[in-house]
Design a protein around this ligand. Structure first.
Ligand code: GDP
Ligand code: MN
Length: 389
């Protein structure tokens, strides 16, 4: 689950990670009140959307009065911000963060994430903050420094000193960095984060570290341990079909292609997407209805697939295990009674109760084609969507 910058910074404050003073505003009047309450000469107004790259897109405004904070807020709210992370359609700004501006002596990059190969958090640091870190990583990989956190021993001070020296700091600054990182890693583990990125982490004129930007993503599987954090979810930032799917516990991710996929099991879903791509087309979504899906879940999944206008044809690929083929067939038939099915469907069924599943589908009057095996299924569906082009 992604959080907004203002939410991440509130969590930072709670865990003692230094960040500028500020608060969220939904309109100009709120912005001016917040700015007046800050001890500052200058203010920053920042668009709150689930995407980075706002600075370059005009979503971060530096102003020198509370009145200026109001104007900047009114300019930003309601605007569609297009950054290199939003896609061409952009994201609408509903709220801004009003902050006391900071003096910047140096900008760094600091990130903590899970290294899935080594099964532990990794701290990624670079002196080239503010710039696009992806570019630094690909062009100057030797300017990126990493320290891995042992899950049993935790983050050790020597690791902070090591990073500090690599970044060119003296002992005193390296000790300050160590104190900063100790808190940051505690926070990362404490909230069950999967990503915590600070770009830029700045050094102020007073030689203090300050998280000027904050991106925090929480591990969905850890949310049951943090009901207070689960409430921070902002569904206006998410894809409406993904929000709908999450209501029914469907693992659905919308993609850019035009073949709708309904599969049970994440592994089979990945393999199905691979087969579609291998056959020369693009999946419209990842959808794992789950091993133990009910007919009702299948029905909802089918409705969600059909409401995606980009979908030109649907591939249903089910291996009947715990989810039996007849349950799947019943769900699809029920759904087809309610939603208008105006696009071709290819079904490949195998496993428990496959005969019964095929019978239900055959007697349903639904217009679909049966494929034998995954290879045939993906070839058939790809030739159908290509025939539309
Ligand atoms: P992003 O572009 O979405 O990553 O947004 P950031 O929060 O990183 O802000 C973009 C840039 O705005 C930063 O790299 C800074 O250069 C600048 N900026 C943000 N806040 C301040 C501030 O308080 N003072 C100054 N001088 N610049 C700031
Ligand atoms: Mn940033």
């Amino acid at each position: 689950m992604k959080l907004h910058e203002y939410q991440a910074k509130e969590i930072f404050r709670k865990w003692g990670v230094p960040t500028p003073e500020g608060a969220v505003a939904f309109n100009g009047a709120e912005a001016i009140q917040i700015a007046k309450g800050l001890k500052a000469e200058k203010y920053v107004v920042k668009a709150q959307i689930h995407a980075g790259g706002r600075g370059k897109a005009g979503g971060v405004k530096l102003v020198d009065s509370p009145e200026g904070a109001r104007t900047a807020t009114e300019e930003l709210i309601g605007r569609r911000l297009v950054t290199h992370q939003t896609g061409p359609e952009g994201k609408e700004v509903h709220k801004v963060l009003v902050e006391a501006a900071s003096s910047i002596k140096q900008e760094l990059y600091m990130g903590v994430l899970i290294d899935r190969n080594l099964n532990r958090p990794v701290i990624i640091a670079s002196g080239e903050g503010g710039m696009e870190i992806e570019e630094v990583a690909s062009q100057f990989p030797d300017k990126i420094y990493k320290e891995w956190v042992d899950p049993l021993v935790g983050f050790r001070p020597f690791q902070g000193m090591k990073l500090g020296f690599k970044l060119g700091f003296d002992a005193s600054m390296s000790r300050k960095l160590t104190a900063f990182l100790t808190k940051l890693v505690k926070l990362f583990e404490g909230v069950d984060a999967s990503l915590c990125e600070i770009n830029p982490l700045i050094i102020t004129d007073e030689d203090e570290f300050l998280a000027l930007d904050a991106k925090l993503t929480l591990d969905d599987n850890g949310l049951s341990r943090h009901p207070d954090l689960a409430e921070l979810r902002d569904i206006t930032e998410e894809d409406p079909l993904e929000v709908e799917a999450s209501k029914y516990n469907l693992n659905y991710i919308k993609l850019d292609g035009n073949i709708g996929c309904m599969v049970n099991g994440a592994g089979l879903a990945m393999a199905t997407m691979d087969m579609i791509k291998f056959s020369g087309a693009e999946p419209a979504n990842f959808l794992d209805v789950g091993g133990g899906a009910s007919a009702e879940m299948v029905e909802n999944a089918f409705r969600i697939l059909m409401s995606d206008k980009k979908v030109k044809a649907v591939l249903i690929n089910i291996f009947g295990g715990i989810l039996r083929c007849d349950t799947l067939a019943t769900g699809v038939v029920e759904a087809a009674k309610k939603v208008h099915v105006d696009r071709p469907i290819i079904i490949r069924l195998e496993g428990t109760n496959v005969e019964e599943g095929r019978r239900i589908l055959n007697e349903s009057g639904l217009n679909f084609q049966v494929a034998e095996g995954m290879g045939e299924a993906s070839k058939k569906i790809v030739s159908i969507v290509h025939s539309f082009e």
